[in-house]
Every structure is written in C-alpha cells, then in structure tokens.
Ligand binder design. Structure first.
Ligand code: PLP
Length: 431
C-alpha cells in the first residue's frame, strides 16, 4: 500500500484521538508500516526514534522478540475467554505476581487507563456504602491532574482543554493544590512547597472528609500537566492524612508505573501503599490494551458476602484478556531477567549527562528528570510551539510531542547510546 493513498483513506475514515481533524490538512499523521526496537518506520522506509514511547506505553521496544514469542505461544492456547465464570492461567499468574510486587493482593481488570480510574472510584464509593457510610460520595484530586477521559475519570481530571466542554455532564469533585515543584515560591524548596500543598489538602479534608470517599493522584509525576514533578514527601503526607481522615488513597500509576520514575512503582519512593493502585500503559509493554486495579484485603472483604448486590458487579467484555495478560507476564519476565530497574539507573545517568547542553540552554526553564522521564519548559514559546517543535524533530528522524511549552523525553528502555545522542542533539537543534 502506498503512503499517500493510506493517508487519504485514513483522513476519510479514521477519526483520530485528541485531534482537531481539520489540522491534519496541514500536518498529516505519520503512516507507520512497522516498528523495530525504539524505532517507528514509515512506508517509505524513513525511521523515527519513538522518543515518547508511543504515548508512554512502550517499554521494551516495538516487535520485541520475547514479548512476540509469548503472544505467539498464547495464541495457540486460548486467545480470549470471559472472566465472569471462567478463569485462565495468564490472569491468575499475573494477579499473583502483581500482588507480590505491590503488596496489594486482589486484582480487578479493565481494558484501558480510564476504565481503571472508573473501577477505583466506583469500588471506593461502594466500599464505604457497604461499610455503612453511604454519604461518602465525593472525590478529591489534584490541580492539573489527569486520570482519563470517560465521564467519571474526566470528573477528577483537571485539564481545561479536555474538560470544560463536557462540564455539564460531569460530577463535581474538588481539586487540591498541586505539589508541582515548579510552583514553589522563590527560595522555597520542593519539599517545603510539597508540605504547603499537603496542608491545603488537609484543610479540605478537615472540613469534608465525612463526605469524601477517596483522594486520587498521579504519584511523583503529573504526566498530562507537562511532566510536572514533585517531592515524595507529599505522598507520605497524603498517606498520613488519608489514614487520619478515613479517606481512600487511589494511586494512578497508569503512566508512572513499571519503572518510569526509577523504581518499579512510584509509590515505593515514598514507602507508601495506596488503597487502590491503577495500572495500564506499560503493563503490557505497549502491546495490548489492559488495565488493572489492585487493592487490599480490607477492601476486598467489604464486598465478600452472600448478597450479590454487595459484590462489585462491574464488567468489561475483554476483562483480563489472556493475550494481554500474557504480554504483561512477558514484560515482568524482562524486568526480572535483565534487572531493568538497575540497568535503567546507569542509562538515565548517561542520558542526563548528554542533555547537559539542553539543560543549560538560555531558553530552557525548569529542566527536570526522574527515572526515565526528562522534561523542561521553553521560555517565550510562541503559539504553535508544540507542533513546530514536533515538526522540527520529525524532520530529523525523532518523534517528540511537547505538551504546550513543556518538552518531554520518555524513550523506551531499550534506547541505546547512539540513539540517546541523536535524541539529545535533535532536542538541542530544535530549541
Ligand atoms: C493515560 C492516562 C490515563 C488514561 O489511560 P487511557 O488508557 O488513555 O484511558 C489515566 N491516568 C493517567 C495518569 C494517564 O497518564
């Protein structure tokens, strides 16, 4: 199939996500024929370094031989069976392994990140209802937080561009002050700013905890806010406040889980355990849609009853799909076999060094880094900066998509030395 033909057909028949379709007249989508490690390859054979891991989902490259082999094996066994009334080996093994890794032993599955958010919100509310506290129906989230775009998830999301149009359809929720370290006052450390943000949350909980079911947040990095990073002490303080005020803590690690922040899960850096942990994106290494909400024995027991209506009667057709679970198991195998978290530490240090000139560039503000995420803001960015930067990088064989004036780099973990050089050089050149 030739490239231009595919593009025309795509524009005619495919309604692309997160896109004003008319803008594609000027900036048509890339037609990707195949992938190879951190590279995307179009129909003309041009190669693009996937510097944002295909929207933050890819960990170990495209067409990874080990994940491919696991899926091919699974295909000859069972591709899908419903998870209500049936079970299968991949979902059992995955649930056990995630339970051991997180200390949260009960796994409920969905198909994408937003459905994980919905599941966690509904489960939290239902827990309180089953526990004789039906008035606890409210949710708190963070300013500039992002938890997905279905109506429930959008209610706790705080990104005006995605939310404002649909405001009449949404439930009101409260947004607490963001701990984003960029918002610290001059001379204020990230830690003391984080504690100030926690005090704002406490003031809210002190007045409203009796009507609040849960607090939901993205641990350590608010992704859609432009990779806003904050101090782990905020999470410690939130955990204490949630305990004190009897409010659940929902950790949305959909973007930051699976090594992105330098530990397998971001919550580890604050040594806390959430009541609900939402996972998706990297869960299958970017292969198949799958999400999971892990929770505690205490939550689980509140639903365990002779009465069906006290159970969690939520479902999606593809819940716990065997192929997706098998991809996730292959991902966990790679983490173990290659000691990925440790290897990434050395890789991240080298890449940070390579980005030295970028960090020191006169237009760069708030250069920040955590684990396998790098980001900075660009001073005096003109309207259209993000798409201009995207185009510039693309012409140099790198796929980058800034968020507003925040440029971020979030490469697959299989990125090699030469590719890091290309990425650093391209970022600098486009600046
Ligand atoms: C991407 C994302 C979601 C939503 O996941 P989808 O699979 O896109 O629905 C939710 N929360 C966070 C933190 C995310 O980054």
């Amino acid at each position: 199939m030739i490239n231009s033909d595919l593009l025309a057909r795509s524009l005619a028949a495919v309604w692309h996500p997160c896109t004003q379709m008319k803008q594609l007249e000027r900036m048509p989508p890339l037609a990707i024929a195949r992938g190879e490690g951190p590279w995307l390859i179009d129909f003309a054979g041009r190669r693009y370094l996937d510097a944002i891991s295909s929207w933050w989902v890819n960990l170990f490259g495209h067409a990874n031989p080990r994940i491919n082999a696991a899926l091919i094996d699974q295909l000859s066994r069972i591709e899908h069976v419903m998870l209500a009334g049936c079970t299968h080996a991949p979902v059992v093994e995955l649930s056990e392994r995630l339970g051991r890794l997180t200390g949260l032993g009960h796994a409920f599955y969905g198909a994408d990140g937003a459905s994980a958010t919905e599941i966690a919100l509904k489960m939290s509310f239902h827990f309180w209802r089953n526990s004789g506290r039906p008035e606890k129906t409210g949710f708190v989230s963070l300013e500039n937080g992002y938890h997905g775009e279905t109506l429930g998830a959008l209610s706790v999301t705080d990104v005006a561009l995605f939310k404002d149009t649909y405001a009449p359809l949404l439930r009101i929720s409260h947004q607490a002050m963001s701990p984003d370290a960029r918002l610290a006052a001059p001379g204020e450390t990230a830690e003391s700013y984080a504690l100030r943000a926690a005090a704002d949350l406490e003031a809210y909980l002190a007045a409203h905890a009796d009507r609040t079911a849960a607090m939901i947040l993205e641990p350590l990095v608010q992704g859609a806010a432009g990779m806003a990073m904050y101090a782990p002490i905020y999470l410690q303080r939130v955990r204490e406040l949630c305990d004190q005020y009897q409010v659940h803590l929902i950790a949305d690690e959909i973007a930051v889980g699976f090594g992105r922040t330098g530990t397998l899960f971001a919550c580890e850096q604050a040594a806390i355990k959430a009541d609900f942990l939402c996972l998706s994106k990297g869960l299958t290494g970017g292969y198949l849609p799958l999400s999971c909400v892990l929770t505690t024995e205490r939550v689980y027991q509140a639903f365990y009853d002779d009465d069906a209506a006290r159970g969690f009667l939520h479902s999606h057709s593809y819940t716990g799909n065997p192929l997706a679970c098998r991809a996730a198991l292959a991902v966990l195998d790679i983490f173990e076999q290659d000691d990925v978290i440790v290897a990434n530490r050395a890789k991240a240090a080298r890449f940070t060094e390579r980005l030295g000139e970028v960090a020191a560039h006169p237009r760069v503000r708030n250069f920040r880094h955590r684990g396998m995420i790098w980001a900075f803001d660009v001073a005096d960015a003109v309207p259209g900066f993000a798409s201009e930067f995207h185009r510039c990088a693309l012409a140099r064989g790198v796929f980058i998509r800034p968020i507003g004036r925040s440029v971020y780099l979030m490469p697959p973990y299989v990125i090699e030395e030469a590719e890091m050089c290309l990425l650093a050089e391209t970022t600098l050149a486009c600046l």
